[in-house]
Write a protein that binds this ligand. Structure first.
Ligand code: ADP
Ligand code: MG
Length: 469
């Protein structure tokens, strides 16, 4: 048989088994020789050879024989220097790892599945993408601009420049949102790519299921045939040893093939307890960016954005000035909580048919506001200020009168007056037992300087923001 003949046969196979199966299983086969009734193909991996042999062999044999060739058997060899390295089998399957060349027997009764690979991939997509989580609906601010930029970059689907991309940050800061946004973007820009998004929990679930049903080969192949793999909340697999192991192998196999991996976690990889060191170091190999807690501006931006979205659902509702600012100020850094509050507010206002004003807000959200009421303490202010000016905490509180200590001390006193409900004497006591007149003087001084000294004004503003974030 000639290469040309094989080429013609391939188009028949394409018709018979569908585009997805064809691309996944037949396209990578290279016809090598036909000898003594055995047609030999080279394949990128053992797994692939086995799979094709079990699922498509009789069809291929049929096509070969009806086209005039006399073939009794198919054989598959793993190409020595194929671009995709042979599947790295974990310890669970030593037999496979030991075999470098497989001549897989044909099983005549095996029937080929309709579209197994893509079906299975589809069923893996157990967590459907949330239609609301797009780049358009993602509000960018200082705390998330780096994560957003990195997400944008990988969503272009260009050459893989950093692998993996690790997004980490606290609860409700937009990790899942960004991952879905990447997936949506890739779906439109690069529809030919196999993009798989799932949570680490689902990864584990699939893994355990595959073990139980003795379908590890399918599992491995599926995960190794994706182009972009996204695993959300990877901290979940910490302490789950065999899942970590499998994750590690999947990870390596994909990185070897230069496939993009995107991971999220609730903290920096190095700080995830019970995550194997080798997994940690793999994660740290790529680009690790964190989503910082939201600040006031970002919260306000998100609220304004949400209000715009709501305006189509609730065209009659109006919102009084200052309400959004109040919410951005008072509700915690978790965007989910912020959104929940706004949703409740709109629902409530539309029920009672009133404008959303301060009073309604206070009534409707009393519990949320109480829960997220965060009291800034004098100690916190002292610590922040000493960090900011790079001096010791003891120097802020202590007796030294040097200008380089006195000014930060006054800034700290000013902030205590502004941001806490402490009285001047109370503040004085916490600054090394100073008199309340000293505190008053300090506060006045900063008030004056804010008007004349741009640097001081900026320092105070920065500190206030970071304390209120
Ligand atoms: P995480 O996965 O980090 O816990 P999510 O991505 O689930 O957080 O975000 C929680 C909610 O907050 C979602 O509804 C999401 O749309 C919203 N959200 C978070 N950050 C932003 C943002 N920057 N702009 C718009 N919505 C956001
Ligand atoms: Mg999440």
């Amino acid at each position: 048989m000639t290469q040309e003949k094989w080429g013609q046969l391939r188009s028949k196979l394409l018709k018979a088994i569908g585009r997805n199966n064809f691309t996944t299983w037949i396209e990578p086969l290279e016809f090598q020789e036909l000898q003594d009734g055995v047609a030999v193909f080279s394949v990128p991996t053992n797994f692939m050879g086995n799979y094709v042999s079990q699922n498509f062999a009789d069809l291929i044999l049929y096509e070969l024989n009806t086209s005039g060739e006399s073939v009794q058997r198919l054989a598959f060899r793993v190409a020595a220097n194929s671009p995709a390295r042979p599947v790295a089998a974990p310890v669970a399957e030593p037999a496979l790892a030991a075999v470098s060349e497989t001549v897989a027997p044909v099983q005549p009764e095996a029937s080929y599945p309709s579209d197994t690979a893509s079906d299975a991939l589809e069923s893996l997509q157990a967590a459907p993408l949330d239609a609301r989580f797009t780049f358009e609906s993602f509000v960018v601010g200082k705390p998330n601009e780096l994560a957003h930029a990195a997400a944008r970059r990988v969503s272009e689907g260009g050459p893989v420049t950093f692998n993996p991309l690790v997004l980490y940050g606290g609860v409700g800061l937009g990790k899942t949102h960004l991952m879905h946004a990447i997936a949506w973007e890739l779906k439109t820009k690069r529809p030919e790519l196999n993009v798989l998004y799932l949570s680490a929990e689902q990864f584990m679930y699939r893994f355990v299921q595959a073990l139980r049903e003795r379908r590890m080969m399918d599992f491995k192949h599926l995960f190794r045939s994706v182009d972009v793999l996204m695993v959300d909340d990877v901290q979940f697999i910490a302490g789950k040893d065999s899942t970590q192991e499998e994750f590690f192998h999947t990870f390596n196999a994909l990185v070897d093939q230069n496939k993009q991996i995107i991971i999220s976690a609730d903290r920096a990889p190095g700080e995830i307890k019970d995550l194997e060191d080798r997994v940690k170091s793999r994660l740290q190999c790529g680009l690790v960016v964190d989503l910082h807690p939201t600040d006031y501006e970002l919260r306000l931006g998100i609220l304004q954005n949400k209000v715009q979205q709501y305006s189509s659902t609730y065209p009659d509702l109006t919102i009084a000035d200052g309400v959004l600012e109040f919410l951005a100020h008072r509700i915690s850094t978790n965007v989910r909580v912020l959104e929940g509050a706004l949703t409740r507010l709109f629902a409530f206002a539309s029920l009672v048919g009133r404008e959303i004003d301060m009073e309604l807000t206070q009534d409707c959200l009393a519990d949320v506001l109480r829960a997220s009421e965060r009291k800034i303490t004098v100690e916190e202010i002292q610590r922040k200020v000493s960090d900011y000016y790079n001096i010791r905490l003891s120097d802020i509180i202590g007796p030294k009168r040097l200008r380089s200590y006195a000014r930060p001390r006054q800034v700290a006193m000013y902030l205590c007056k502004q941001l806490t409900s402490r009285s001047l004497p109370e503040i004085g006591r916490r600054f090394g037992g100073r008199d309340h007149t000293t505190v008053m003087h300090g506060v006045k001084r900063i008030e004056e300087l804010k008007l004349t000294d741009g640097q001081i004004a900026e320092d105070v503003e920065m500190l206030r923001r970071s304390l209120e974030a």
